[in-house]
Design a protein around this ligand. Structure first.
Ligand SMILES: CC(C)(COP(=O)(O)OP(=O)(O)OC[C@H]1O[C@@H](n2cnc3c(N)ncnc32)[C@H](O)[C@@H]1OP(=O)(O)O)[C@@H](O)C(=O)NCCC(=O)NCCS
Length: 175
């Protein structure tokens, strides 16, 4: 049985970062994350076209958190409240005791070890608090940043083809 009670919101901290619930004040950063071409190069998702799209997105992720469907964190430096990226846990399956993980950073903050530090904390939360036994991550096969990150975090290539998109590779980490 998975623990999907996300109220109060589980704020996580690492050496440098605070992972907190997204708020309307994050609208500009969420808009950039979901619209900038370079960040979305390997992501097959509906982009944000307007600030309103970003606002609706923030409302949706917070509703899904309240329902226990998924968890979406804004990553901030602990001494500043401005978000530099996000991490989410979704497709929580009590039947298979597993979930998926996704992440993204604003371009200026990539390549500085930020996501490794943040994802490590989320993995710990997923295994030890939500109690999943397996975390999956899907990445475009050319997304070297994401694949290198997953391998650094000891995820293994599942060697299964995604039925909907042959360019996606599946990685997994088990507890
Ligand atoms: C994928 C992403 C989150 C990686 O985060 P990051 O904070 O830049 O990664 P880190 O700095 O923690 O790096 C982890 C490792 O990956 C390597 N790496 C990071 N970006 C890389 C790139 N573009 N190419 C090759 N290696 C890369 C780092 O060098 C590091 O390895 P090292 O410790 O041996 O040097 C970030 O590049 C990003 O937001 N990309 C756009 C959104 C995206 O594609 N999300 C993933 C969806 S599946």
């Amino acid at each position: 049985m998975l623990n999907k009670t996300f109220t109060p919101f589980p704020v996580l901290t690492t050496e440098r970062f605070t992972l907190r619930q997204p708020a309307m004040d994050d609208e500009q950063e969420i808009f950039t994350l979901r619209s900038e071409r370079e960040i979305n190069k390997y992501l097959n998702r509906k982009p944000a076209y307007t600030i309103d799209d970003a606002r609706n997105f923030i409302n949706n992720v917070n509703e899904n958190t309240d329902k226990g469907n998924s968890l979406y964190w804004a990553i901030t430096f602990s001494d500043q409240n401005i978000s530099v990226g996000t991490i989410c846990i979704f497709s929580l399956s009590g039947e298979n005791n597993k979930c998926e993980i996704g992440y993204e950073l604003l371009t200026n903050f990539q390549g500085k070890g930020i996501m490794k530090e943040a994802v490590e904390e989320v993995i710990d939360y997923a295994f030890n608090t939500i109690k999943v036994q397996k975390i999956e991550a899907f990445s475009h096969r050319d997304n070297q940043g994401s694949i290198k990150l997953l391998e650094k975090l000891s995820f293994r290539n599942s060697n299964v083809a995604d039925k909907t998109d042959p360019d996606l590779v599946c990685y997994h980490l088990t507890n």
